[in-house]
Design a protein around this ligand. Structure first.
Ligand code: SF4
Length: 320
């Protein structure tokens, strides 16, 4: 039995007295990937059924039904950023992303300059869609490059290679005014020289924003079961120092733990999380944090994509 949204419950009197509500963002989760990476603990699922396409249109229907039933919780509040994450959102057709963004625009008051970020992976067929994603209304692309080194990409279980990564970044440069590269360090077998080469390659594309993450072994991943040999802790610290020096020499300013940006290119959506803003999360397993005059409420959607799909289409996306 799923829990419906109880707006009256959220609005009841309480000890908290908020004079005004914080800024509001929307997060949209698209949960499928070509293949599960061995380090990944996100709510992402391999689309295994080769005989059938991903249920794209039904999933967009489910997202819009989810948004529709959530509207009373955020009635009239302007939205300043949308983040379409995953999973691999760039597996969805541009026409589906267009329908999703148009459906959101029809239901929510988006601010005029709203940032709309979408995550993309550097596979060849995805790269060929970047311009169409821009035309669909995506304003900022975040590309999951992770490394430009073929051996390290293989060790990470990624489905792309370094040529595809470089081609995708070149395409993003021409299609978008602003974009982000996701890069990882402290990879299995990575030396300081390897990392220098990787960061040099990344910076040669003059990214307005770069996110650099330390590879961590999360519970319930393949890497947790079969841990790879990782650089020693001291080497990882040295790598962090190198990253700090190289990004700052390239004019990128660190503005949160893993994010570096040129002036005017900070990610509003990231900042909203850091500044304790509100977010409505729709899609499988998405989390929300919403403020009301007298309390802050948190919600979570069904995590398993097919269950979420069925529940959201019935207007009951909330997990108990
Ligand atoms: S592509 Fe990203 S979301 Fe998908 S499995 Fe790999 S790390 Fe996880």
């Amino acid at each position: 039995m799923s829990r419906p949204f109880d707006v009256v419950h959220a609005m009841r009197p309480g000890l908290l007295q908020l004079q005004s509500l914080p800024p509001l963002s929307l997060y949209v989760h698209l949960p499928w990937c070509i293949q599960k990476c061995p380090y990944c603990d996100f709510n992402s699922h391999e689309w295994r059924d080769n005989a059938q396409r991903m249920p794209e249109q039904r999933y967009i229907d489910a997202l819009l039904a989810d948004l529709e039933v959530s509207l009373p919780l955020i009635w009239g509040r302007p939205v300043h950023s949308i983040f379409i994450g995953g999973g691999t959102p760039s597996l969805f057709e541009p026409a589906s992303i267009d329908r999703l963004i148009s459906g959101i625009r029809a239901r929510l008051p988006l601010e005029a300059e709203a940032e709309i970020t979408m995550e993309a992976n550097p596979g060849t067929f995805e790269k060929d869609r970047f311009k169409a994603f821009r035309a669909a209304g995506v304003t900022r692309l975040s590309i999951g490059v992770q490394s430009f080194n073929d051996a390290h990409l293989k060790a990470l279980g990624r489905v792309h290679n370094s040529d595809q990564a470089m081609a995708a970044v070149t395409e993003a440069q021409s299609a978008f005014d602003t974009f982000n590269l996701d890069v990882m360090y402290a990879l299995p077998g990575q030396s300081l020289a390897d990392l220098t080469q990787d960061i040099q390659t990344a910076l040669s594309f003059k990214p307005p924003h770069i996110s650099i993450y330390h590879l961590t072994i999360e519970p319930n991943t393949l890497f947790a079961k079969h841990p790879p040999a990782l650089p020693a802790e001291d080497d990882a610290y040295e790598m962090m120092d190198l990253i700090t020096d190289m990004t700052s020499a390239a004019g990128l300013q660190r503005y949160e733990v893993s994010a570096y940006a040129k002036p005017g290119h900070r990610c509003w959506h990231n900042l909203n999380y850091w500044q304790f803003g509100d977010y409505l999360g729709i899609g499988a397993g998405a989390h929300s944090k919403l403020s009301f005059a007298h309390r802050i409420m948190r919600y979570v959607r069904y995590r398993e994509p097919q269950l979420y799909l069925a529940q959201a289409l019935q207007g009951e996306p909330l997990a108990v």
